[in-house]
Ligand binder design. Sequence first.
Ligand SMILES: Cc1ncc(COP(=O)(O)O)c(C=O)c1O
Length: 404
Amino acid sequence: VSAPAPVRDLAARLAREDALPAYVYDLTALDAHAARIGAALPPGVEWHYAVKANPDPALLRVIARHADGLEVSSGGELRHAAAAVPGHPLAFGGPGKTAAELAAAVAAGALVHVESPQELRLLASVVRGLGGQARRAEPAVLLRVNLDVPVPASAGLVMGGGRGPFGMDRDGLDECAALLPGTGLRLRGLHAHLASGLGVRPALRAAAGVLRFARRWCDRQAVTEPVITLGGGMGVDYRRPGAVFDWTAYGRGLARLAGTAAARPGETLRIEPGRAVTAYCGWYVTRVLDVKRSGGAAFAVVAGGTHHLRTPAAKGHSQPFAVIGSDDWPHPWARPAVTGAPVTLSGQLCTPKDVLARDVRVRRLRAGDLVAFAMAGAYAWNISHSRFLMHTEPGFHYIGEDVT
Ligand SMILES: Cc1ncc(COP(=O)(O)O)c(C=O)c1O
């Protein structure tokens, strides 16, 4: 990949200020990307951003300009999102919600994605405990279904079908529907999230399967103005950085599935992408500390590592990167370098797993050069084991306007 000029310029400035490693978030690019996602979706299809992909407040503020809501998956994310973007609609999902988290969700007016009959009972008891005001507000719920819709083996994380802790079988849904009357809760529809890492066609096939089931089930339960959430999981291909998920084609497919508004009046479809929204706006910028040979292979050791950017270790890929040459070499001895050969970029951790990119051919990489790892805006810093070895944390810098 090549780093855009604003990323290169900021990287050079941060290097001069001795402020690397650092994350650089391109808010201008994110703003344009989020606008394209919104524009690609047909009327009647909403999108919620899955905050777990990257909860950085500056990113949330940009995304909130375009997204219909934010999907949060813990009490912590709920508080954080409500503070970052006050008043923006929230949906609260994820397994194992506590009574305190459910109470906070009801107080915030969030739509709750209920994962099991036990969780529905707990939510109902929380609402009873909150008394009149919460009951009058009639908190809304979607029931999360675990559906056996086939997804391709190439999908990154499969979270639906077969056995798993996510959502419930048909029996669980029916049990919840029977429990609901008199609880003060309003059934709004169904929620599904089947897998991550899907291309356009598998994502549409999964959506069609969810929709077929959900429409029938909601009709049978006489749900008025149903909301059907089709999940996230739109693919990001780290091996082909240019192959960005085709939101326009996906939107066209959703339009076919949604049909005309007149055919299903009051129905809302919703998606909740995370990775494919923020992955591309993030860069992890660092400096090469050393270049050496070991066992006949070239290694470049960079400042930082997978404790800042765990994504390549978590997913088993080489993180795409751009080399930003720097002539700043303060030492009297020759710069160690690798030229026209494969090199493995590893970090400062004492583990062989601390590899950011393996055996990638470079034209030239020298100690003292800068490296900007691309596609570092989702499941990157926030999934990293930053306390391991007690290295300092990266800085955070932004290109473009923060919307406050
Ligand atoms: C319920 C739910 N919705 C949405 C997402 C977002 O998925 P992705 O980031 O792959 O789009 C996830 C990810 O785990 C999820 O569990």
